[in-house]
Design a protein around this ligand. Structure first.
Ligand code: IPM
Ligand code: MN
Length: 372
């Protein structure tokens, strides 16, 4: 398959983790005989300092033309600490989501058996957790009218949803549930919010067309507790933009590190694949960031194009890195392996599924990708 992939490294550790994902895609390209073209473009704080714009026109154009975009991370301390800043790196990502119409943000939270010691939650609570969050991504409070009074003492953010926005994502989530454990939980705050009551009405109506999927509703304040106490009860979680943002980060507590979680943002004609994690500016350039979230995001990209065997090969190589303890310090404090070493190891271990995975320890000490 021929794929043109836009690479938006962004800020902080974004570019370095993305580089590891590209190594893996190049390994897939070579092993499975595909043709991938990669084109880099600036976004976020980096783009603001180059051009004053967190999403330059050329970057947007590239993402629209490309088959898919791999995204690193966004955000910088100088903006986080300055609420007065008029132009912010995050605006680049939000505009990109809106312009590309990426209404569905899919965030799987699946516990890897070998890493189940890693979570601060007890092993028996988290083992076997396999849930996926379907977060609405182009509406709600993120995109409603914002205002600040002239004297700066009052502010508002409007939260709006339409039936059409809710139903297109709900259908996608129910279809996913049908192929998984056949359960869908709508997370909302329908006891207080009008938008949540609309979500409940629309999704409840849609649920009738999916009789084989068990449908339930849960208030968001209860959902955050349930996710920590009994994460295994969930299969597909469907929710709005803001609640999805919060719940998905909570998923990282179950997994043990935010550095392990990938995501896909899908629209009608475009898609972006990106780790959940932020730009982690303190780690930038230190070769300590975990590249696994970015690499698993590349695997989601492959799945999106139905390159399932290829995606499985990437996941298998990631699992091998866990088994062999070729992992970064966020997972194993005593680890001596850095970002690029882990990336090389995973890329080097991408092979056809029928090939015996190279369990030869020599490869660990080799630590260099033969692909790049
Ligand atoms: C995420 C991030 C973004 C969001 C920020 C960077 C705008 O936290 O993708 O979860 O809130 O959507
Ligand atoms: Mn977030």
């Amino acid at each position: 398959m021929k794929l043109k992939i836009a690479l938006l490294g962004g800020d902080g550790i974004g570019p370095e983790v993305l580089e590891q994902a590209v190594k893996c895609l190049k390994a897939v390209e070579e092993t499975f005989n595909h043709q991938f073209t990669f084109i880099k473009a600036p976004v976020g704080a980096v783009a603001i300092s180059n051009s004053g714009d967190p999403l330059p026109q050329e970057t947007l154009k590239l993402c629209k033309e490309a088959d898919a975009t791999l995204f690193g991370a966004i955000g910088a301390l100088e903006y986080d600490n300055n609420p007065e800043a008029k132009v912010r790196p995050e605006q680049g990502l939000l505009k990109l989501r809106k312009e590309l119409g990426l209404f569905a943000n899919i965030r799987p939270v699946k516990v890897f058996k070998v890493l189940s010691e890693n979570s601060i939650l007890p092993k028996k609570v988290i083992r076997g957790t396999d849930l996926v969050i379907y977060r609405e991504l182009t509406g709600g409070i993120y995109f409603g009218k914002k205002s600040l009074s002239e004297d700066g003492t009052a502010a508002s953010d409007l939260c709006e949803y339409t039936e059409a926005e809710i139903s297109r994502l709900a259908h996608m989530a129910f279809k996913a549930a049908k192929k998984r454990k056949r359960k869908l939980t709508l997370v909302d705050k329908a006891n207080v919010l009008e938008t949540s009551r609309l979500w409940r009405k629309v999704v409840t109506e849609i649920s009738i067309s999916y009789p084989d999927v068990k449908f339930e509703c849960m208030f968001v304040d209860n959902a955050v507790v349930q996710m920590m106490m009994k994460p295994k009860q969930f299969d597909v979680i469907l929710t709005d933009n803001m609640f999805g943002d919060i719940l998905s980060d909570q998923g990282s507590v179950i997994i043990g590190s935010v550095g392990l979680l990938p995501s896909a943002s899908i629209g009608k004609d475009n898609a972006i694949f990106a780790p959940f994690h932020g730009s982690y500016p303190k780690a930038k350039g230190k070769n300590i960031a975990n590249p696994v979230a970015a690499i698993l995001s590349a695997a989601m990209l492959l799945q999106h194009f139905e390159l399932n065997e290829e995606a499985d090969a990437v996941v298998k190589a990631v699992k091998k890195s866990f088994k062999k303890n070729v992992i970064t310090k966020d997972i194993l404090g005593s680890s001596k392996y850095g970002t690029d070493y882990v990336g090389d190891f995973i890329a080097d271990n991408i092979s056809y599924s029928d090939e015996d995975l190279n369990l030869n320890d020599e490869n660990i000490d080799l630590g260099k990708s033969t692909i790049i």
